[in-house]
Design a protein around this ligand. Sequence first.
Ligand SMILES: *Cc1c(COP(=O)(O)O)cnc(C)c1O
Length: 351
Amino acid sequence: MKAWEKNVRKVEPYVPGEQPKIDGIIKLNTNENPYPPSEKVMEALKALENDKMRLYPDPEAVELRDEIAKKYGTKRENVFVGVGSDDVISMCYMTFFNSDKPILFPNISYSFYPVWADVHKVPYKEVEVGPNFEIIVDTFKQENGGIIFPNPNAPTGLSLGLDAIEQIVASNQDSVVIVDEAYVDFGTESALKLVDKYDNLLVVQTYSKSRSLAGMRIGFAIGNVALINALNDVKFSFNSYTMNYTSIKLGVAVMDDWDYFEETRKKIIATRERSKEELTKLGFTFPDSKANFIFASHKTVKAEYIFDELKKRKIYVRYFKKPLIDSYLRITIGTDEAMDKLFEALREIVA
Ligand SMILES: *Cc1c(COP(=O)(O)O)cnc(C)c1O
């Protein structure tokens, strides 16, 4: 071992879902939106000014924060933006999770949470979900240095009611509680209603799922001014220009077309509900998802086998070879046509 190697930060990185470079595949593996972004996004793209590219972007991303604030009935001072919610959450770890006590998150949850804990050297403890994968409010009633969980949870799709969220926030007023609402637009009540009432609550959302803009990398957090100021202090100590000129402009354009957002998210919800019926007929069971994916297990056929067989047919879903969840497949909701092809393939595979 070379001397410098002892000083390398050793981490086991998060493994994102595959982005296969093959034509004609049906991609149901990373929870992207099957519909393109609003036409307004292409218009905004065409309106970009060449000369602005020469300059640094607005380090405060005022235009984007104002637009988000307007749509969510809050103020610019209450909005933080970042390069996808992954960036926002990573900043949150650096900013708020600096206690010797462990932070808490569910043992079945977004697999990036323990990775950020490791890279930022934050102690953590995974609290157990119930037998049906449900998050149990009381497991968060113990000493901690912070709390984070998705609502709806990933990869289960299960949603927690606002009362349960409020109990977690209210019983942990000495910690910052982060609700990761990556999938909230597919049918869950947002905790944004509680941010004025609790100064320890931060709600994080993303443009990647319900707003069809995973490729532009935009995420945001809404919370009280003290939390947002603390996040900004860390961000400006790290990289002032996280939001590039293009993302700021396109991010505004997306928020500006609320009708399209409503139309596409409703289509996805309708396809999800139909998919539940089809999967049930095929012999799958699953928690009742409120997200844009279904976490499904077959009664007799092994998940890994189905995963491989689907891949042979150029249909990609997500399989996590991990304890407790290795009999499940996470299937992103695609267009109706894509889902029909999936069901057709599954009929062959599980027959
Ligand atoms: C997809 C996802 C995110 C992050 O998405 P970004 O593309 O970085 O905005 C965060 N949390 C959960 C639970 C997710 O599934």
